[in-house]
Design a protein around this ligand. Structure first.
Ligand code: HEC
Ligand code: HEC
Length: 301
C-alpha cells in the first residue's frame, strides 16, 4: 500500500479505493460471507464439525490455510522472535484447534469481531491471536498485515467453514465447571501421581509435553493462569492419554497446585479490564479494580 506510484494523478484516489475494496472482499473468505447481510446471528442451530481437508482450495488461499495450520503446530520455529516460552498454539488448543473441550477454533472466525472484557474494547480475530501470543506464549504480537497473521486468519476462516458470520457457537471457549474450593495439597499428590511423568517434577516439561509452570510456561496474564479456566482445561483434557478421568474436584485441586508456582510476567497486565470488571479468579490486581484479597489462585490460604 505504501508503494504508491511517483506520478500521482487525480485518478489515483478512486483507483486506490477500488484496490482496497478488492482486498476487503478477498479477506472475507467464503462466498457465503460476502453474500450475507450484516445481520445478527441466525436462529438456525449450527453443529460442531471439523471441515475436511478436501475443502481446502488448491490455490493461493489453500496454501495460506495450510501455512496457518503449520504455524499453530510449530509456532516457535514458524514465528522466530515472537514466542517467549516452550509452548505452541496447540499446546492448549488441542488437535490443531479442533478439539471441542480445549478452546476449540471451530467457528471462532465467525464469532469475531467481539467485545473483549480484558481489553475493554472490540477485538478483531487478529487482536485475539496477538493476545495469545503475548500472554499464552509469553511472546510478542505479529504485525496485523504480516503474512503470518494472514495465514493464521486463513486457517481460522477455514475452520469456520459453513458457519454463518456472526454466529457465536455454543461450544466456543473452555467448558467451565461448577467452582469448588481447591485443595492444593491434594493437587500436589495428584500431580505427582498423574502428571509428573509427562510435565516433569518441576513443571518444566519433558520431550513429550510442555511446561506447566516456570519460565518455559504460559505467562501470568494468560487465560490458562485463571483458576476456572485451568481447572476446566485439565478436567476435560488431561491426563493427555486418559482425558475425562478426573473429577471436577481433582481438576480444581490440580489447577490450584499448578497455578501456585511462578511463571513469566505479562507486562502491562495492570491495565487489563479497564472497565473495572475482572473475573473473580483473575490472579493479579488491575488498576481499574482491586479484587478482594482472598480471591484468586495466588491468594495465600
Ligand atoms: C497456554 C494455553 C494457550 C496457548 C498456548 C494458546 N492459547 Fe489461545 N486461548 C487460550 C485460552 C485459555 C483461551 C480462552 C478460552 C476461553 O475463553 O474459555 C484462548 C482463546 C483463543 C482464541 C479465541 C477463542 C474464542 O473462542 O473466542 C483464539 C483465536 C486463540 N486463542 C488463538 C491462539 C493462537 C493463534 C495461539 C498461538 C499463537 C494460541 N491461541 C495459544 C489458551 C491458549
Ligand atoms: C501422557 C502425557 C501427559 C500427561 C500424563 C499429562 N499431560 Fe498435560 N499435556 C500433555 C501434552 C502432550 C500437552 C500439549 C499437547 C500438544 O502440544 O499437542 C499437554 C498440555 C497440558 C497443559 C496446557 C499446556 C501447558 O503446558 O500448560 C496443561 C495445563 C496440562 N497439560 C496439565 C496437565 C495436568 C494437570 C496433568 C495431570 C492430571 C497432565 N497435564 C497430564 C501431555 C500430558
Amino acid at each position: 500500500m505504501n508503494s504508491r506510484p511517483a506520478s500521482t494523478t487525480p485518478g489515483s484516489a478512486p483507483a486506490l479505493g477500488a484496490i482496497l475494496l478488492v482486498l476487503a472482499s478477498g479477506c472475507s473468505g467464503t462466498p457465503e460471507r460476502t453474500a450475507s447481510a450484516p445481520a445478527p446471528a441466525p436462529a438456525a442451530a449450527v453443529t460442531f464439525s471439523v471441515p475436511d481437508d478436501s475443502l481446502i482450495p488448491k490455490d493461493a488461499v489453500g496454501a495460506s490455510i495450510r501455512r496457518g495450520r503449520a504455524i499453530v503446530l510449530a509456532t516457535h520455529d514458524s514465528l522466530p522472535g515472537h514466542v517467549g516460552n516452550g509452548l505452541r498454539c496447540v499446546s492448549c488448543h488441542l488437535d490443531n484447534g479442533a478439539r471441542i473441550s480445549s478452546g476449540s477454533w471451530i467457528g471462532v472466525y465467525a464469532s469475531f469481531p467481539q467485545y473483549n472484557k480484558r481489553g475493554g474494547r472490540v477485538f478483531r480475530i487478529e487482536d485475539r491471536v496477538n493476545e495469545c501470543l503475548r500472554r499464552s506464549l509469553a511472546g510478542k504480537p505479529l504485525a496485523l498485515d504480516s503474512r503470518d497473521m494472514t495465514d493464521l486468519v486463513a486457517y481460522f476462516a477455514f475452520l469456520s467453514h459453513g458457519i454463518p458470520q456472526g454466529t457465536k457457537a455454543e461450544w466456543l471457549g473452555m467448558k467451565r465447571l461448577t467452582p469448588v474450593t481447591p485443595d492444593r495439597a491434594a493437587g500436589q499428590r495428584l500431580y505427582d501421581g498423574e502428571c509428573v511423568r509427562c510435565h516433569g517434577p518441576a513443571g518444566e516439561g519433558t520431550a513429550i509435553a510442555p511446561a506447566v509452570w516456570g519460565p518455559r510456561s504460559y505467562a501470568i496474564g494468560a487465560g490458562m493462569a485463571r483458576l476456572h479456566t485451568a481447572a476446566a482445561f485439565i478436567r476435560w483434557n488431561m491426563p493427555f492419554d486418559r482425558p475425562g478421568t478426573l473429577t471436577d474436584q481433582q481438576a480444581y485441586d490440580l489447577a490450584a497446585f499448578v497455578l501456585d508456582h511462578p511463571r513469566p510476567d505479562t507486562p502491562g497486565k495492570e491495565k487489563d479490564y479497564p472497565k473495572g470488571d475482572p473475573p473473580d479468579d483473575n490472579p493479579y490486581p488491575v488498576n481499574a479494580h482491586r479484587p478482594p484479597a482472598k480471591s484468586g489462585p495466588t491468594a495465600s490460604r
